[in-house]
Design a binder for this molecule. Structure first.
Ligand code: 3H9
Length: 687
């Protein structure tokens, strides 16, 4: 037997057990081991049933995603499944952990399935830009019906063992610690009772073809959003259509063709890149494997504005105690009513029970007394962006908080080292940069200050998981990673509308690229008046002029766009007038700006900035930048994030175009040294 797969005989039952940490992925050696074990069990006349099981944390969690890059390797999963289908023995799959992708396809090829009560199953291939490629789109609808199959396959979501039992995917659910014994007992009982082999490939999809096609259409319409540019959900629907309309073998061939097409495509490559990028983010070189963090249980937040309330919600939702502090009772009340309003609407829409909402609110205390933060493990300041005010607050917090408390700033741009420097505990000061809306957006930049301790960073990383955020450790630089890359895009967008494009033309190009919102719609949403001061305004930019005439964005139903009561945007004649006048006053001779120029001038300087961030060590890996942008800013996942996308465009192409723009429009386009180096063959960053 292979080292990874063992075969043990228990009476008439052969137990085939795979042990290939971490997740028993169905890599080539595992497949080879399974195949050999199945052949041995088949050849042994004493064996009448086979139990498939895995050691460690889970039954097979799917194909080996690393291996997918190289295309099918022999023996394939299909070879294993054919051998399983061909055996004369009864096969019971015993599932625990997360039985996913090829793992569930293997289990669906067995005759019977038993699962541990705490386990889940799913076909998450769509999240990797793929569809199940080993019969999953054909066997799942045969086991569970079309509605469940379309839902699971097009969403990629996992289903609990109990729900899967109800859906017909699993036959029995048992306590986790009894799984193997129960599977062996059951296999023996099946043999004793002369139970038949039960192959889903012999069945057809339950229900009439007309009804099934209608269900496929209805569920697909709900799940597969027309605006989505992802290919995989559509391909899944075509494979499911084949399951309904074609015999099993033809359906499998249709599925296979769709799977292989997607596997070769750029979307799956990009999404597989992001899968590993997300796991890499958790391993910062600033946090050694032996670093011991501390659990932050009680949390103080200073500032109950939009960010402070959003951070509070994230923490309350994770079951943490929050003390929310504001200077003035009125501001505190506003924050509290934002939080209450959020829970009321969750309850009203049935997303949360009234009891759960009440329980979360009991973990919140609000006060105007900063001293109430004395015993908090972590205090986050989320006050307005003013360095003097923040320095004063850090001095006060340092004086009153317990010695081992951590002090954090949620600033978007300011220097956190300066804040650490006014405290007596610089090793316990860091940045925790949330993104608006803080209770929804999953990104958290963890800003590594100069003297921060490894233990503080390790605690922050663990805490980010606890509050269900993606923590990315980044260096302390103006705008950190995300906003620093946003700045050149906004700069170019602002210039383009003076040179000849209109705000909605710029937005349209970037939205067609896949960003959820162009820069001007984003500004309207965020509020045009962020950082604008009516006392010092000087009509120096289009934005200032719009603010001066009360066009503050969506909240005043007027910004670059006009907004109706449903917040639908239409291009504004008033804003257009302001743009044209400003442009004329500043001597621009307006010209037609092509879509290509808009795209390149907005995106290539971002890539240049990304390269600088890497060269300066502010970002650890190119793939971290991809995670920041896909998670925090809605950069289209199917392009793999800005740096992965740049690699597909070609570093040399980007350098060349930046040089053209530098010659035409100025030095801010000049490619940085790092980018120039990558443009040379054999010195690329490995995105
Ligand atoms: C498929 O099955 C195609 C078939 O239909 C057709 C074939 C013909 N492969 O996430 P974690 C690694 S497509 C390789 O931190 P968790 C992961 O990189 C596949 N490696 O743990 C990490 O490594 P490291 C369909 C994998 O407990 C380590 O395991 N299946 C795979 O939070 C721990 O992972 C999927 O899409 C894999 N399949 O979550 C399932 N899976 O420590 C993808 C994990 O070096 N996996 N690794 O960074 C997951 O969703 C989660 O990893 C899982 C565990 C829920 C299993």
């Amino acid at each position: 037997m292979s080292d990874l797969t063992t075969l043990d005989i228990h009476g008439s039952v052969a137990v085939i057990r795979t042990d290939s940490p971490p997740v028993n992925a169905l890599a080539a050696p595992v497949r080879a081991g399974l195949l050999r074990a199945l052949q041995r069990a088949e050849a042994d006349p004493a064996v009448q049933a086979i139990v498939l099981t895995c050691a460690g944390r889970t039954f097979h969690a799917g194909a080996d995603i690393h291996e997918l890059a190289s295309g099918p390797v022999s023996p394939t999963l299909q070879d294993v499944l054919l051998s399983l289908e061909g055996t004369r023995k009864i096969v019971v799959a015993a599932l625990h952990g997360t039985t996913l992708g090829g793992g569930l396809e293997l289990a669906l090829t067995a005759d019977y399935r038993i699962a541990a009560d705490a386990s889940t199953v799913g076909l998450p291939e769509v999240l990797l830009g793929l569809i199940p490629g080993a019969g999953g789109t054909q066997r799942l609808p045969r086991a569970a019906g079309v509605a469940v199959a379309v839902d699971l396959i097009t969403s990629g979501r996992q289903m609990s063992a109990l729900d899967a039992q109800q859906a017909g995917i699993i036959d029995r659910v048992v306590p986790s610690d009894q799984l193997t014994a129960a599977a062996i007992d059951w296999a023996q009982a099946l043999v004793a009772h002369g139970a038949p082999r039960r192959r889903l490939s012999d069945d057809s999809v339950p229900g009439s073809m007309t009804d099934n096609l209608a269900t496929l259409d209805a569920v697909a319409r709900q799940q597969v959003k027309p605006w989505s540019r992802l290919d995989a959900p559509q391909a899944a629907c075509r494979a499911l259509h084949a399951a309904i309309t074609q015999p099993f073998a033809e359906g499998v061939a249709t599925e296979r063709a769709e799977f292989l097409g997607l596997l070769k495509g750029s979307q799956s490559r990009a999404l597989r890149h992001l899968f590993f990028a997300e796991r890499a983010v958790a391993k910062s070189r600033w946090i050694s494997a032996s670093a011991v963090g501390r659990e932050w249980r009680t949390l103080g937040i200073v500032g109950a504005g939009t960010m402070g309330s959003g951070i509070a919600l994230s923490c309350l939702n994770a079951g943490l105690s929050v003390h929310l502090v504001e200077n003035h009772a009125q501001a505190l009340e506003r924050g509290l009513s934002t939080i209450r309003g959020h829970y009321e609407s969750r309850v009203a829409t049935g997303k949360l029970s009234a009891e759960a909402a009440a329980a979360r609110l009991t973990c919140l205390t609000t006060t105007t007394d900063l001293a109430s933060l004395a015993d908090c493990d972590l205090v986050i300041e989320a006050i307005y962006e003013n360095m003097e005010a923040k320095l004063e607050l850090f001095r006060q917090l340092d004086a009153l908080c317990k010695p081992d408390a951590i002090l954090a700033s949620n600033t978007s741009y300011l220097n956190i080292d300066a804040m650490a420097a006014v405290t007596t505990r610089p090793s316990q000061v860091l940045g925790l940069h949330f993104f608006s809306p803080a209770h929804v957006n999953r990104l958290l930049e963890i800003i590594r200050t100069e003297h921060v301790s490894e233990s503080t960073l390790a605690s922050a990383m663990a805490w980010s998981k606890r509050i269900k955020k993606l923590g990315v450790v980044v260096g302390n630089a103006h705008g950190f990673v995300g906003n620093r890359m946003l700045a050149p895009r906004q700069r170019e967008a602002d210039k383009l509308i003076l040179e000849g494009a209109l705000p909605w033309e710029v937005d349209r190009v970037l939205e067609a690229f896949g960003l959820p919102m162009g820069p001007f719609r984003m500004r309207d949403l965020a509020g045009m008046d962020i950082g604008w001061n009516p006392a010092t305004t000087a009509s120096a930019t289009v934005r200032e002029r719009l603010c001066e005439i009360g066009r503050l964005g969506q909240k005043t139903k007027a910004g670059y766009y006009d907004y109706d009561d449903q917040r639908r945007a239409t291009p504004s004649n008033v804003a257009q007038e302001v743009v044209l006048r400003f442009s004329a006053e500043h001597g621009y001779v307006r010209r037609a700006v092509s879509e290509t120029e808009i795209l390149e001038r907005c995106l290539y300087p971002m890539i240049n900035e990304g390269a600088r961030l890497l060269a300066e060590g502010i970002a650890e890996r190119a793939s971290d930048i991809d995670m920041v942008w896909t998670t925090g800013y809605g950069w289209p996942t199917w392009t793999g994030g800005p740096m992965h996308w740049a690699e597909t465009v070609g570093w040399a192409t980007i350098v060349e175009r930046l040089e053209v723009y530098a010659a035409l429009y100025g030095a801010e386009f000049t490619p940085c040294d790092a980018l120039r180096q990558w443009a040379a063959p054999a010195s690329q960053p490995g995105v």
